[in-house]
Ligand binder design. Structure first.
Ligand code: 5MM
Length: 341
């Protein structure tokens, strides 16, 4: 199969009806923080056990089309001795890989960030492909302050994201493009909308410049919300503001938009996705999820690092995945939260 055919096949699997993506691609410092919030030690064995628990949850393939992993996981095995990407694939879930190398300061700015990892990216992708990964993810971040993001940060971050996406597609791997406008701060919703539109606008200009095939990529954006310290707007207001920005910036050629949760509670992230899928007006893309914290928090709380809790943890995952699957179809109701796992 040629490069484009391979990506079209992966896109079809990732965007299949009622399903979304699990981001289980936390780097060492991030997974250490997430697990320690639940009193769990981040040992290699605990990470293997936990990510294998996620990937092998019976029935979750009805709701989860793909899982983004961290590179350590691609080489790890389930308790049955099956490589984790292979175990996913057998369940009909597409294995993917986070390929960026994290953030560093962007010189010449007031402490703004740029994402590293372009050097030798093509060679690394060849290795990940051999390990079974079929899609990739790269995250850039934009902090909102009265003076940021600067034009330099917007343009440089867009260029890096587009170069990443072009390299991924040169290997026949579907790129998830993640420009995340952070929720930290006391800005209002209008300011988040303005920055999100500027960030996405610059990204799509750069994607065109680098001749990225829009039909073979997925956008993973933040939702439009006020800063963390501000009161939350209604679910409908968030949905409306987010859709307004997306309609202005994202071409209809992009098949799917899979949101990040960005520190929202699990219930908020599900309700917001649901409201977008119920909203009036044009929605030419699939609107789905690529959550990390909003899917995993309840799982980690149920697991507690104890193998005896594997069943309870998988039930918690199945429940959260099912509710987000319903939200992807606009069929979620908050009362469903009370149903048992
Ligand atoms: C924003 O983070 C991504 C989505 O997660 P949330 O739904 O929790 O917001 C997530 O995929 C993130 O990129 C990974 O966890 C990797 O993060 P690090 O910081 O380890 O690169």
């Amino acid at each position: 199969m040629d490069r484009i055919g391979q990506m079209e096949r992966t896109i079809a699997r990732l965007t299949s009806p009622g399903r979304g993506i699990l981001a289980a691609d936390e780097s060492y410092p991030t997974i250490t923080k997430r697990l320690s919030d639940h009193g769990i030690e981040s040992t290699e064995e605990n990470r293997r056990f936990y990510r294998s628990l996620l990937a092998t949850t019976p029935g979750v393939e009805a709701y989860v089309s793909g899982i983004i992993f961290f590179e350590e996981t691609l080489g790890q095995k389930t308790d049955e001795g099956v490589r984790i990407p292979e175990a996913c694939d057998r369940q009909g879930i597409v294995p993917g890989i986070k390929v960026d190398k994290g953030l560093t300061e962007l010189p010449g700015t007031d402490g703004e960030k740029i994402t590293q990892g372009l050097d030798n990216l093509g060679d690394r992708l060849d290795g990940y492909l051999e390990q079974g990964a079929l899609f990739t993810k790269w995250r850039n971040v934009y902090a909102i302050t009265p003076s940021t993001p600067s034009r330099q940060a917007l343009e440089t971050n867009a260029e890096v994201l587009a170069r990443y996406a072009a390299i991924a597609q040169s290997r026949g791997m579907v790129p998830i493009v993640e420009p995340e406008v952070l929720m930290d701060g006391d800005h209002d919703m209008a300011r988040c909308a303005e920055v999100t539109e500027a960030a996405q606008g610059a990204v799509f200009e750069a994607l065109r410049r680098h001749r990225v095939t829009l039909e073979c990529m997925i956008l993973k954006p933040n939702m439009v919300l006020p800063g963390k310290s501000q009161p939350r707007p209604s679910v409908e207001a968030c949905a409306e503001a987010t859709l307004k920005v997306l309609r202005r910036t994202v071409p209809a050629a992009v098949p799917s938009i899979n949101f990040l949760s960005g520190g929202q509670t699990s219930e908020e992230a599900t309700a917001h996705l649901n409201a977008m899928n119920r909203a009036d007006g044009p929605r030419p893309w699939v609107l789905s999820f690529s959550y990390s914290r909003a899917l995993q928090n309840p799982v980690q709380a149920a697991w507690q690092g104890d193998p005896a809790n594997q069943g309870a943890a998988q039930k918690a995952f199945l429940k959260r995945a099912r509710l987000n699957s319903l939200a992807r179809n606009g069929q979620y109701e908050p009362a469903m939260e009370q149903e048992s796992a």
